[in-house]
Each structure stands twice: as structure tokens, then as C-alpha cells.
Design a protein around this ligand. Structure first.
Ligand code: HEM
Length: 746
């Protein structure tokens, strides 16, 4: 019978093989993994070959016993091939491979050449058997599989293939991974085995995207592999394994709800999110958050520099905490926000409220006023006042919906946030939307130049923020800040202070308007200080600096409002070293985001987290996790051991945090902080005192003069809350329209 595939005898370890034996066994082996790939024709040809196979190699070329061994293997293959049973083929083929290995391992066995074949022992000795470790068998099998072009479906082979592709010694990664697997203890919330398989497959994507195909950077590859391997062990959302991952939810307008839901669903555990090809760990536990704040800022902040300065200058917001520039700027600016300095400009700040009250008196009588828009004008003027010792004239025309500077800055910042995950897209200027972002950035740069000129020309008062800025020196040059550096700092201050203070004021007034009993308690407090407008007191005295510390209930309401409506949704860090967070290993280089909103709305951290209860702040130590709070991991408070006050002052000394990193590092036995609208630690908000003063002044003045009610145009409180979106900050999409009735008319 001639099939065109006549057997050809070649020399092998056990004598002469039929060369087609390996060939068609591979065919069937392939079919055993991918049955669909075994074409009918291939099967036919294989069967013909099998039927043509002699029972063993010619006796003249091999010793009798090796012939019998080889023959038995060949027979197995033949039988399996004839039966068309892929599992038997695989088994027989593995036996052949093992036999070959044993032959090579045995030191007393002569190597495979025709001359020494006569000296070959009659059977494999025990020592040779022992040397064939399981590991080597597996290695051989992998080798055989690869030679037959069959993709090994396991993660181990995927890693090895990756390592081979990028020239990296993959076994180190594999071994490290195996060690981690061995020590990995399944948690209450763990990914399913299928999740792990999916993640392993996904893990290939970021490696090629981040590093670029063909790049042989073993360190980066190992780092990425470690990041994904640790990430895979975290609890995940159902979205983590979809095509875009959690990107849409994470960058979406309603991401605060997503964060709050995750915090509740996972009981505060770290959650692995995937933003397209970037892994991210979301933190919603106060104790974990404290660990994170000590880490370096994520590269996302660096990407802001193009918007902040005219020449990509680092600023207080974007530079790394360890850099001499950051330390020097923070130390130099923080005193400008001390209570003694703020006190000096308080009279002018309080005076900014007069046009606001007049505006409400005139327009509010006929309908509702948008307190969100009004707050925007006051905060821009308040920041300008602290910078230049003079306002920006924003409160002089309150009919404009947005302050002029915000109109310039907001489109650029929104463009930045929309492109933050894929920053390279900003170079595609042929796309009209990208071109618009670039134009907005250029407008910000132009405005920055005007602001710098104004600052240099105006000679700000010594206590002002502007004077502190002009006195700063760059440690790298020893000279005062250049125009570019000043511009970067100025835009940072406006960006960080304007939107946040505005939205915080609006949310607090909204809560007051929908809770009459809270409004009455605030009114009573103001009345007691002689600040409330009444029929008998139509012109109450003006608010002064000392009143601020007396308004305890109002301050508690503001804190409660900042808890419920944390306008900064989160803060992102990049782990410098591998860390154990919430019981999970997180690799160095992982992006970690603390979700303020998640922590502040977590039922594991707060009793009745969705209720507005200003009274909760009357309890000592309410800022910290207490044993009575939910079921979350907590550090038991020990006031004596930590030696610090657990009731923080309204005006904290921000310079203390900056002067020493150690100052912010906590005693491990002290309670974890659960209230952090201004973030926490060395990178906490430097302007929080100014923000507190502005919020108190605005809200106290409005509540002194008006009784507030949510305007019918806003619908129900549920409608207002549903309108909350995250642009730069968490803000009400349709503003906050309130009916303001002068108290003297009640
Ligand atoms: C209610 C109002 C405010 C809130 C809720 C707020 C919140 C925050 C938060 C959460 C951070 C940390 C951001 C991060 O880590 O990504 C921050 C940083 C910062 N804030 Fe504020 N902020 C407010 C008002 C202000 C004001 C009025 C100013 C200045 C006039 C200001 C200036 C800054 C600066 C310069 C930083 C960066 C500090 C650093 O990295 O050292 N903020 N703020």
C-alpha cells in the first residue's frame, strides 16, 4: 500500500524511530486539545501511517531490549492512533518523552550515537529513574507542547511565553507567584477561580501596552506582572472583567455613588478595579487610608502640570512630598493660612457678604436664588483677598452665573479630568474636542500671566498668601520663584480652593433648607449671639472673628455636610513599596485611590451613614473610628497613649504637618481617622482654614438673615441628590435653588 507517507527510519535514543511517529502523534495531540482542528483528512492520513507502521525498528540498529522498549511505545502510539483516541495518544507521547529524558539523564548511559549503541544497558537503572524529577517531566511536556505549537492554557505557560517573548527570566516570576499562591489565604470576599483565569489573561494586555512590544525591560515586566498578580487576589467588581473594566463607572459623573456602593458591598475591604488597561485599588477603610496617605502622589498629578503652569512647572499640588521643592513651598505657604493671619483679612471677607444679602433681598423676594452660583462669587473673591489683599470684583456683579476666572479655568480642568486615564490622547489635536481642550488650556495660561503681573504689582499685605508666595525661594536655584513657578502656584490655589469651597457651601445650605429642626437650632445659636435678624432686630450686628468659635452647632452641621457630600471624591497614590493593605498584598507601583465619599458613607464606619445628624459631632473623638462603629477593622482609641487631642480644633496648624513628616505619622495604637474631607497627613489641604472661615461666614450670614426652603423647581430632596455629579468636584448639576425669606418678615 502506498500512501505517499512511507515510513522513514531515523536514529534515536532507542535506536531507529519511524520519523512519522512523532509527526502524527503531534497531529493527534493537537487534536486532543483542539479537536476542531483535526481535519478529517489528517485523521485519515494518520490512520494510514499507523497501519503501515512496523512493530519496531530494524533489529540491526538497536539492542534487543531498547528495541522492545521503543517498540512498546510505538505500539501504544499505533494502537491509540488506530483507535483515534487522543487521550491515549497524549499518554503514549508523554511516555516517549519521559523515556528520552531518562536516557539523557542516566550518566552511565552512552549518548545517542550509532557507535555506542551496543554498550547501552538492557534496562534503565533506578538512579536514572530518580533523576527524572516531576518538574523536569513537566518542563519536557511544555517543551513538547511548544514544539507542537499547542498553546498551554495555564497561567504558568502564559508567563513563560511572555518571558520568552521579552527575553526575561520568567522562572523568577513564576516562583514568586507560586510562593504567593502557597501563602495566599482565601478571604471572605475572594475572586472565583474563573476570575483568576480571566485576570491572568488580561494581565498580558497592560504589559504590552505599558512597556511596548519588543521592549526588553525585565524590571518593568516583573513589576507589572507582580502588580497584576496581587491585584488578581483582591475582591473585584462584576465590571472588572468586562472589556473596559470599571473605567466608565470610575470616570463617570456619578462615581461617588459607585464608590459608596463598593464600600458597603465589600465592607470596607480594598477592591480591585480595572480602568481599561490600568489596575487600581480602591480603599474605603479609614485605617487603610492612613497607610496610603504616606505614599507618593500618583503620576496623574504630574500630568496636570501642563495646565497649571506656562512651562510645565511643578506646584504644591503636583510635586512629590519628598522633593525639596514641595517641602519648601508647603512650609513657606502654610503660615499664610494660620488663624492669626486669616483674622487680619476677616473684616473684608465678612464684608463680601453684604452684596450677597442685598442681591437675595432684591431677587429672592420674587423667586428662588441659586446659592451655588452666589457661593462661587464669594469664594473667588475670598481667595483673591487672601492672595492680593483685594477682591477680584466678582461679588460686584452677582447676576453672572459663574465668576470670570471659573469660566476660564473650568473647561481646561474638565478636559484634563476627562483625558486623565489616557493622557496621550491630548496630542491628537486633529480631534475637535481635543483642540477645544488645548484652546482652553491656552486661555488659562494667558490668564496666569495676568495674575502673576497683578501679584508682582500689587504689593500684598505681609499677612497675605500673596506676600508668602513672593517670599518663597526655589531650593534648586536659591532664588525667588520665577513667573512660571508663580503662575503654577496661583492656578493651583484657585483650582484647589474655588470649586471645593463653593460646592461645600451649597451642599451645607441645601441640608439646612430640607431639615427645619436643624435650621431652628442654627437660628437659636445665632440669636443667642445677637446675630439673628428678627422683627425686633431688623439689622443684627455683623459677624466678627470671635463669633466663629462660638458657632458650635453650625460648625457641626458643616462637618456633617462635608461628610455626606465630600466634594473631593478621592485622592490617588502610587505605592513606593509593596504593602499589606486590608490583609491583601499590594505590589509596589500599584495605583491606590482613597475614596473619601466611600469612607464617609460606609455603614461599617458610621451609624446611620446617610442621615444628616450634626449631633454626632458633639461626641468626643467623633472624627475617629470608635469601637461602636459598625463591623469594620478598627484601631481602638487610646487618648492617653497617643497623647493627642481627639477633638481637633477648627483651625488646625497646617504648617505643623508640613514641617515634619514624622509629625503626621501616627502612633499605631491611636484610632484611625474616619473624617477626611480635606484629606489627611502631610498632603492634607493647606487651605482648609481659609475654606472653613469662608464657609462659616457665608452660611452664618445667610442663616442670620433668611429662612431657607428648597425651591419647588428643585423637586424633592431625592431629585437634588440624584442631580449630584462629579465634575472637578461633587456638585449639584442644577445648582441649589432656595427660597430665602427675610427673617424680619416671619
Ligand atoms: C471646602 C473646601 C476644600 C476642600 C474640601 C479641600 C479638599 C482638599 C483635598 C481633599 C486635598 C488633597 C487632594 C489630593 O490629595 O489629591 C486638598 C489639597 C489642597 N488644597 Fe484644598 N480643599 C478645600 C479648600 C481649599 C482652599 C480654599 C485652598 C486654597 C486657597 C486649598 C488649597 C489646597 C492645596 C494647595 C492643596 C494641595 C496641598 C498639598 O498637596 O500639599 N484648598 N484640598
Amino acid at each position: 500500500m502506498t500512501s505517499g507517507l512511507e515510513p522513514q527510519w531515523v536514529s534515536g535514543p532507542f535506536g531507529t524511530h519511524n520519523k512519522y511517529c512523532t509527526h502524527f502523534s503531534r497531529n493527534l495531540l493537537s487534536a486532543s486539545v483542539f479537536p476542531a482542528q483535526l481535519a478529517a483528512e489528517d485523521l485519515k492520513r494518520t490512520r494510514i501511517l499507523a497501519s503501515n507502521l512496523p512493530s519496531g525498528p530494524p533489529a540491526t540498529k538497536a539492542s534487543a531490549s531498547s528495541q522492545s522498549f521503543s517498540t512498546s511505545i510505538h505500539l501504544q502510539l499505533n494502537n491509540a492512533a488506530v483507535a483515534g483516541n487522543p487521550a491515549s495518544i497524549l499518554h503514549a507521547y508523554q511516555s516517549l518523552c519521559k523515556a528520552e529524558l531518562r536516557h539523557r539523564q542516566a550518566p552511565d548511559l552512552p549518548k545517542n550515537d550509532d557507535k555506542s549503541q551496543k554498550a547501552r544497558p538492557t534496562r534503565l537503572n533506578a538512579a536514572a529513574h530518580e533523576r527524572v524529577s516531576l518538574r523536569k517531566q513537566q518542563a519536557l511536556r511544555l517543551q513538547a507542547l511548544r514544539a507542537s505549537k499547542i498553546a498551554e492554557p495555564s497561567a504558568a505557560a502564559a508567563h513563560q511565553a511572555l518571558a520568552a517573548k521579552y527575553g526575561y527570566e520568567g522562572s523568577a516570576v513564576l516562583e514568586a507567584d507560586q510562593r504567593r499562591r502557597a501563602t495566599y489565604k482565601p478571604r471572605r470576599l475572594k475572586a472565583t477561580p474563573m476570575d483568576h483565569v480571566a485576570v491572568r489573561t488580561l494581565a498580558m494586555v497592560p504589559v504590552s501596552r505599558d512597556i511596548g512590544p519588543g521592549t526588553k525591560n525585565p524590571h518593568r515586566i516583573a513589576q507589572q506582572t507582580r502588580i497584576w498578580a496581587c491585584w488578581a487576589k483582591l475582591p473585584h467588581t462584576s465590571k472588572s472583567f468586562s472589556v473596559g473594566g470599571d473605567l466608565a463607572e470610575h470616570r463617570g459623573l456619578r462615581r461617588h455613588l459607585y464608590f459608596a456602593n463598593l464600600a458597603r458591598t465589600f465592607g470596607g475591604k480594598p477592591v480591585g478595579l480595572r480602568l481599561a488597561y490600568k489596575p487600581l485599588v480602591l480603599i474605603s477603610d479609614p485605617a487603610d487610608a492612613e497607610q496610603i496617605f504616606e505614599q507618593q502622589k500618583s503620576p496623574i498629578y504630574k500630568a496636570m502640570e501642563g495646565i497649571f503652569g506656562t512651562g510645565d512647572h511643578a506646584s504644591l499640588f503636583t510635586s512629590q512630598s519628598a522633593s525639596p521643592y514641595y517641602r519648601s513651598i508647603r512650609k513657606g505657604l502654610a503660615p499664610a493660612f494660620n488663624s492669626s493671619n486669616l483674622k487680619q483679612s476677616f473684616g473684608r471677607l465678612s464684608a463680601l457678604m453684604q452684596p450677597v444679602v442685598s442681591h437675595i433681598n432684591t431677587t429672592g423676594a420674587s423667586g428662588a436664588v441659586d446659592v451655588f452660583a452666589l457661593a462661587g462669587h464669594v469664594t473667588v473673591d475670598a481667595i483673591s483677598l487672601s492672595l492680593y489683599g483685594d477682591d477680584a470684583g466678582s461679588t460686584s456683579d452677582l447676576s453672572i452665573p459663574k465668576p470670570r476666572y471659573a469660566q476660564i479655568l473650568d473647561p481646561a480642568m474638565e478636559g484634563f479630568t476627562k483625558t486623565a486615564v489616557v493622557p496621550w490622547i491630548r496630542h491628537l489635536t486633529f480631534i475637535p474636542a481635543i483642540r477645544r481642550i488645548q484652546q482652553a488650556v491656552q486661555r488659562v495660561h494667558k490668564e496666569n500671566e495676568v495674575m502673576v503681573q497683578r501679584l508682582r504689582a500689587c504689593q500684598p499685605p505681609p499677612a497675605s498668601l500673596g506676600a508668602h508666595l513672593l517670599a518663597l525661594t526655589d531650593p534648586a536655584t536659591g532664588k525667588h520663584l520665577s513667573d512660571g513657578q508663580l503662575a503654577a502656584e496661583l492656578v493651583t490655589i484657585f483650582f484647589a480652593g474655588y470649586d471645593t469651597s463653593t460646592a461645600s457651601i451649597a451642599w451645607a445650605l441645601y441640608l439646612i433648607s430640607i431639615h427645619p429642626h436643624i435650621q431652628e437650632r442654627i437660628a437659636a445659636e445665632l440669636d443667642a449671639l445677637g446675630l439673628l435678624q428678627t422683627a425686633s432686630r431688623p439689622q443684627p450686628r455683623a459677624l466678627d472673628w470671635e463669633d466663629l468659635s462660638q458657632l458650635t452647632y453650625l460648625r457641626n452641621l458643616i462637618k456633617e455636610s462635608m461628610r455626606l457630600w465630600s466634594v473631593a471624591p478621592g485622592s490617588t497614590r502610587c505605592l513606593e513599596k509593596a504593602a499589606c493593605i486590608g490583609g491583601y498584598e499590594i505590589a509596589a507601583g500599584t495605583l491606590v485611590q482613597v475614596s473619601f465619599h466611600g469612607i464617609h458613607r460606609s455603614s461599617a464606619v458610621w451609624d446611620q451613614p446617610d442621615e444628616c445628624l450634626p449631633e454626632r459631632w458633639e461626641e468626643p473623638g467623633a472624627d475617629y473610628v470608635s469601637p461602636s462603629a459598625g463591623n469594620i477593622r478598627k484601631i481602638v482609641p487610646s487618648q492617653s497613649s497617643s497623647g493627642r487631642s481627639i477633638q481637633p480644633d477648627l483651625f488646625s496648624d497646617a504648617s505643623a504637618a508640613a514641617s515634619s513628616h514624622k509629625a503626621t505619622q501616627k502612633d499605631k495604637s491611636s484610632p484611625a481617622r474616619r473624617f477626611m474631607p480635606f484629606s489627611y497627613g502631610i498632603r492634607s489641604c493647606v487651605g482648609q482654614n481659609l475654606a472653613n472661615v469662608t464657609m462659616l461666614t457665608f452660611i452664618a450670614t445667610i442663616c442670620s438673615n433668611f429662612s431657607l426652603k428648597l425651591a419647588p423647581e428643585m423637586g424633592s430632596p431625592a431629585d437634588v441628590e440624584a442631580s449630584a455629579i462629579v465634575l472637578l468636584t461633587l456638585q449639584p448639576q442644577n445648582g441649589i435653588l432656595l427660597q430665602c425669606v427675610p427673617r424680619a418678615t416671619l
